[in-house]
Design a protein around this ligand. Sequence first.
Ligand SMILES: Nc1ncnc2c1ncn2[C@@H]1O[C@H](COP(=O)(O)OP(=O)(O)OP(=O)(O)O)[C@@H](O)[C@H]1O
Ligand SMILES: [Mg+2]
Length: 290
Amino acid sequence: MSVALPAASAGAGWPERLYDDGALTPPPRPVDPRASIVFENVSHRYDDGRGGGTEAVADFSATLEPGSFVCLLGPSGCGKSTLLNILAGFEKPTGGQVLVGGRPVLRPGPDRGMVFQEPNLLPWRRVIDNIALGPDLAGRPKKETRRAAKRLMEMTGLSGFENHAPYELSGGMKQRVALARAWISEPPILVMDEPFGALDAQTRISMQELLVDVWLKTGSTILFVTHDVDEALFLADRVIVVTPRPGRVARDVVSPLPRPRVYENLVVDPRFARLKQEIWLTMRRSDYDI
Ligand SMILES: Nc1ncnc2c1ncn2[C@@H]1O[C@H](COP(=O)(O)OP(=O)(O)OP(=O)(O)O)[C@@H](O)[C@H]1O
Ligand SMILES: [Mg+2]
């Protein structure tokens, strides 16, 4: 279900973004019960081996509903990537735990797809083979996997680039390959660490729209890290503002903004402006208060 943005007609009011069936509310979609995430009093300290270290996260708790889109927003160094790495199973917390689908995370698993700021494509694999990496490593049938990869290439606007090498793509295209590579395994949870940070503003908005369109189809839970308040408000059902290090929850805001969201309309919506102001006030206060 792609969402079309009709041409703005002069004087005819703001363009509305409609779903395929002409509705203004997202159609119901299946939600995967394995996709719940609970951060339970998570703390993390990096020891330097010389008796010192860095307290990156302190007593961070949050429960994410299956199928929700949650953004983590906070200043550089506040522990956002640390939290994502703990959720992904790359790092063990020094306190508390993370539960996925009710079970403690002990190691990485195919139920959690990761997308990072850098696309990290394998330069020796063609685009389609980069997308198919996960199923190939899992020994899934090649033909079926290539069919799925082709479908994802269509969805992400990459058709025609199947046989290209990664170096022949633009930055935005590489990031679309990284997204398709995460999506091909249909993970119930998608963990994204500033995936659009390096893109220009226009490509970034297209990627945000693409992400929301696919998220609405898949029913996955997305935990998305960003520095950008507008990006968080465009994407999320809920924005968790994190304090400066050690990271704790400074503010947990459920978005009142309806979907589908049209960027051009959103930025002049008084609810958007109010929320943006509140989040900025929280971030500025937590610089020195919390
Ligand atoms: N592997 C590591 N070893 C030691 N210290 C680390 C390690 N990774 C992160 N840190 C420290 O933990 C703190 C939090 O880092 P983290 O990468 O989680 O922050 P962040 O919120 O993701 O920042 P940014 O927005 O800049 O990506 C920082 O002070 C950092 O120096
Ligand atoms: Mg980070």
